[in-house]
Design a protein around this ligand. Sequence first.
Ligand code: 3H9
Length: 709
Amino acid sequence: MTALINYSVEENIAVISLQSPPVNGLGQRLRAAIFNAYLQASKDSKVEAIVIASTANVFCAGADISEFGTEQALASPSLPDLCHVIEDSSKPVIAAVNGMALGGGFELTLACDFIIALPQAQFGLPEVKLGILPGAGGTQRLPRIAGAELALQMMISGTPISAEKALAAGIVDCVHAGESDFIDMAIGYAQHLIDADIVLRNCARLKVDTSQLPDNFFSGFRASIARRSRGFMAPEKIIQCVQAACELPFSAGLQLEASLFQECIQSPQARAQQHIFFAERAAKKVPGIKPGTASRDINKVAVIGAGTMGGGIAMNFASAGIATLILDLSEQALERGLNTIKSHYLASVQKGKLTEAQMEQCLSKLAVSTDYNDIQDADLVIEAVFEEMQIKQRVFKKLDEICQAGAILATNTSTLDVNDIAAVTQRPSDVIGLHFFSPANVMRLLEIVRGKHTADDVIVSMISMAQRINKVPVVAGVCWGFIGNRMLEPYAREASRLILEGASPEQIDNVLCQFGMAMGFPSMIDLAGIDVGYLTRQGNKQAFYARDPSYAAICDKLYELGHHGQKTARGFYLYDGRDKRANTQVTQLAAQLAQQYGIKQRQIPDQEILQRTLYMLVNEGAQVLDEGIACRSSDIDTVYCNGYGFPTFRGGPMQYADEIGLDNILSAINRYQIELGEYGRQWFTPAPLLEKLVAEGKSFKTYINNESH
Ligand code: 3H9
């Protein structure tokens, strides 16, 4: 077993170098190794100062998240105790930070007397993204060192700051920009501190400087984050801790931090958010594809179609510095598309997210053409034309004729059969689905659809490309709608049907928003376009309408009336720009349709709305898993949290189902099957995998489909 740290003494300076791959996670063994090395150094009379450094690119990613919930997490030495011991050291302790110092890794450095850093170092407290708060003294030390405002911003956003910013904030004492070896520089710095006999830092003696804070600082801060932290538990606990740092002695603040940390870490939210952390990483590993499979070089991308989707897709590549050509049939379409792209970039400049120079840099990566010959040398071509099989097949025939050998040919279809598209080419192994989500330049999810013949290296290339353009990739198999839209179908069906049964769009939106969804189905389809929903249903008409004539009736009625949602200012709501108000016509239409289809309208309990929409979503997820369209339930959760506004604090539909118990889901589905009469018999059939897992007392989490895709 390799040592987790390297300990050496250079004259009178001890150096403890963390070397626990991949990210120096502070699991029990590494904590113990640091603790023992520290004791050795403190007892060694020759040693006058101690440097803590790292041999890896990452300085330290904090507590080992995979230990949470196990005995190891609590085993001695705990991270808070390790930080205490270091803070109380009578010999100066210097953190030499070469890369990311996150969470407990950053907290460890805050307990040191001095922090020196390389320019590429970053400092962050991302615990909030895991449903917890910094629990190793960070909530008490950081406000004392850098002030309450910056500390709160860092803890609530979870976004790291640069070494330069940390230096300006007084967190870092020195940034080393020279050529010499960093550890040598750290040793030199330590020597200088010994010689200068500098007073050591101890946060117990520091007070938070509140002199510049307005009286309503904390209430104002709460109000400013209310929208984005809706439903999340950790942000409020973090605020309470920082308020305590301002008002209470250090030890009392630490006590509060410890007790609120425990509350958070034992909550379903923490389990859910940690599940998503690992889920996003697991999604990059595809069973059956050999690790180390080489990816193809992608230096030039072509996007076919300059519409909203094509333009958004192209922006991703241009923003990542990749030469991108947009092809469309007419100059006017290209001009319109390019203007839209420019307006998006300009909006980012106005919001301060981009500088003008960066915008120009992105735009310089974009070119346009109406000539297919110009895409001959593209390494990746993404088709984003109208969602109709014949049109897409025509484009792919053309691509097959024109594109260089080895080019990856991708379709951005959201529901159509990728195999049928690949079949019109002579190179189906180079064809793949890349399902971007609208707005494509913003949404993080990328569903990578693996066709029957798609080559392994094409999949691997697209997974790494997704990371290059800052997307979260999930590989799905071919079926109508793949993972996301296929599962959305029963969810949408129930929402539409509930409106016929007497629920209002507002009630449905409220119930789903209360649960934590970014928006409910009526608002979502108004935004995406009622016409878009209509079109996708046509691709699988037989499966839906033949079973149930009332299927999606309210959506289809609005479509017929030309009420396509926000874009026509009328849909489930009436719109004035983005402001919406109730559309009473929907209630009237629903009553007429209910009469037409013999549906008795009634008051619908909120719980029924929640269960019918979400449990049907979960049930379809089970089916998707069983069929191998998704290989693991966490892939489904990654899709839903990154592409469909499912609350991260619930961890995705499958994690939510595991949390509330699969037996409860199953019994509710069986109950609705009876209670809802003919409709229930038609649609409320439990997925066999759900029944199987309940019978075996298992959860989705434990299930992996080895025959997937
Ligand atoms: C904390 O510190 C609590 C304390 O306040 C209080 C305690 C009492 N633990 O992301 P990557 C794994 S909470 C365990 O692909 P990158 C990761 O799963 C912690 N494992 O690499 C993956 O494994 P695999 C607060 C971890 O280069 C591998 O490392 N800290 C941890 O794109 C590579 O990861 C955070 O939230 C961990 N802490 O990004 C930081 N971190 O290969 C979380 C990573 O088997 N980590 N792994 O799939 C990160 O943000 C990124 O991993 C990092 C590297 C930026 C460090």
